[in-house]
Design a protein around this ligand. Structure first.
Ligand code: 4AD
Ligand code: MG
Length: 515
């Protein structure tokens, strides 16, 4: 008789619901330690981690010997009973009865000791398996799901823009150029889907674009990728206020969604949770001009002054440098104690390693903060914000802050001019706290045909290539607005990782095309 039962895979994430049952799980060895009669295997299967206890009595000698022989990242199938253990991440562990091996892995290049980032980036195809990297990309996945839900629930249609484009959206300095069939025909990799989203919004009212975008940024910063994903909604009949309302509702929604669904990941990442606790407060909205005054210390917010706070941060971090230096000396002295037992030695050594990492971090801050202070104090109004300026603005708030009404000259050609103040435009940036900076850029769009033509000329953009875009103002032009959330910037912020290259499986940035 033909069996009609479907083959199913039990995953680690299912185990908390299977307490008391015997299960089969496939996975990789994330960690292993063993003594005479018992081995602890930490199994990961992509959905989570579970501790497996292998005892010679339960498994028999032959299978137990296999458990002891496992190398890091060996691939295995185990059979065992799910038992509760509150100390473990998922609240359960497995008592093994059986094991079989898919492959015994060769010596794994990513050992426990600290590797340089270059080494890890060269091994990105393997580094992805590490606990922290796994957690970051799980948050990325949840965030993507939440974003689609948010817009689909509100009747937005996803209508993606092309990636090969004929015109620049965000200025000509960061364009990637490629041949389009004929040698004399150039295509650019899209910097933003916005212009196309404006066109689809005139057909569907509420739309969004969610795809990769490209910027040739010729420097390595912790916040710039050459290829990054952007989520770009575009709304017919929305003005700047409605745009800001939507940004706020959207960001609150996705942050709350990640908080609810990524508890394990956030705990692996040791993310400071105050972000999630504060997120439902109203996001302050300040003009560019007010923001300038906060930066230079001319304006306080609820008695908080950006420069004074920086100075306090500096004093705190300097105290930490002194404290940690002393603790390092103390621990080094402990390590020289004659006849120190192996266990104690390991304890002091790992304490020392951790202290040294901390010290580096504090020293870096102690060097950086004076630079932020100098840069903030001397900020010339009219210019675009750099990282120290964004840090100063966000330092006086607990939640992301919206900066709107920007000087025309530092913003893109398509932003609508302020009616009674034509040197300003209806643009808005959302700045995230804790140094994560600009995560959203948006605006109400210019609807006046002549103003757009002037803008295109002013930015020295080729008029012929924008003719199709100008048609949108010739045939049923309406007020409309939109914004772009930098997807990897958002992942960085929510996970708390300090470099954007860890927020995408295979990052592309200046100097990095492999693996
Ligand atoms: O502020 P930007 O340049 O705005 C636009 O492209 C608009 N056309 C969006 C729109 O209104 N539809 O980029 C939007 C966001 C930034 O706030 C930032 O978060 C992110 O995209 N971003 C980058 N992220 C990673 N690497 C880069 N090189 C980035 N450049 C911008
Ligand atoms: Mg921007």
């Amino acid at each position: 008789m033909v069996s009609t039962s479907k083959k199913t895979l039990t995953r680690v994430s299912h185990l908390p619901e299977l307490i008391g049952q015997t299960v089969e799980v496939n996975g990789w060895v994330a960690n292993k330690r063993s003594s005479g009669k018992v081995a602890f295997i930490e199994l990961r299967d992509g959905s989570g981690y579970v501790q497996c206890i292998a005892e010679i009595q339960a498994m028999g000698e032959e299978k137990f010997a296999i458990c002891k022989s496992l190398t890091l990242e060996s691939s295995i199938k185990i059979k065992g009973t799910v038992v509760p253990n509150e100390k473990q991440l998922g609240g359960v562990e497995l008592q093994l009865n059986d094991i079989s091996v898919y492959q015994i892995a060769e010596e794994y290049p990513i050992a426990k000791k600290a590797h340089g980032v270059d080494f890890l980036m060269n091994k990105r195809h393997l580094w992805l398996r590490s606990r922290k990297q796994w957690a970051v990309l799980r948050v990325r996945n949840q965030l993507m799901y939440a974003i689609h839900n948010f817009f689909q629930e509100r009747g937005f249609a996803q209508l993606d823009a092309p990636l090969l484009t004929g015109n620049a959206c965000e200025g000509t300095t960061t364009l990637f150029e490629t041949e389009f069939y004929k040698e004399d025909s150039v295509a650019y990799l899209s910097q933003s889907g916005q212009l196309y989203a404006e066109a689809t919004a005139m057909a569907h009212g509420l739309v969004y674009n969610f795809g990769p975008t490209f910027r040739a940024e010729r420097s390595v910063t912790p916040r710039h990728l050459s290829e990054f994903w952007m989520i770009e909604p575009e709304m017919a009949f929305y003005d700047l206020d409605m745009d800001m309302d939507l940004i706020e509702e959207f960001v609150k929604y996705i942050v709350n969604n990640v908080y609810e669904n990524c508890k394990v990941e956030l705990s692996i990442l040791e993310r400071d949770l105050s972000l999630f606790e504060n997120i439902n407060e109203a996001f302050p909205r300040i003009t560019y001009e007010e923001a300038c005054k906060i930066i230079t210390g001319e304006k306080d917010i609820d008695g908080k002054n950006a420069i004074t706070l920086f100075e306090q941060d500096l004093a705190e971090v300097q105290a930490k440098v002194a404290e940690t230096t002393a603790a390092i000396a103390e621990t080094e002295k402990e390590l020289t104690t004659p006849g120190l037992k192996k266990g104690k030695r390991n304890y002091f050594q790992s304490k020392l390693d951790k202290l040294k990492v901390d010290l580096k971090k504090y020293q870096a801050s102690a060097e950086e903060i004076p630079q932020w202070i100098a840069s903030a104090k001397s900020f010339p109004p009219g210019e675009d914000f750099g990282s120290p300026h964004e840090r100063a603005i966000t330092r006086v708030f607990n939640v992301p802050v919206m900066v709107y009404k920007w000087p025309k000259d530092i913003k893109a050609f398509y932003m609508k001019r302020w009616e009674d103040d034509p040197n300003y435009v209806k643009g808005v940036d959302l700045l995230a706290p804790e140094g994560f900076g600009e995560i959203v850029g948006g605006s109400e769009r210019e609807t006046d045909l002549q103003a757009l033509i002037d803008g295109i000329n002013h930015h020295n953009l080729p008029m012929a290539e924008f003719e199709w875009y100008l048609d949108l103002r010739r045939y049923g032009s309406v007020p409309h607005s939109g914004f772009g959330l930098g997807f990897e910037r958002a992942v960085m912020w929510l996970t708390g990782v300090q470099h954007i290259r860890e927020t995408i499986p295979f990052p592309r940035y200046y100097g990095r095309l492999f693996p």
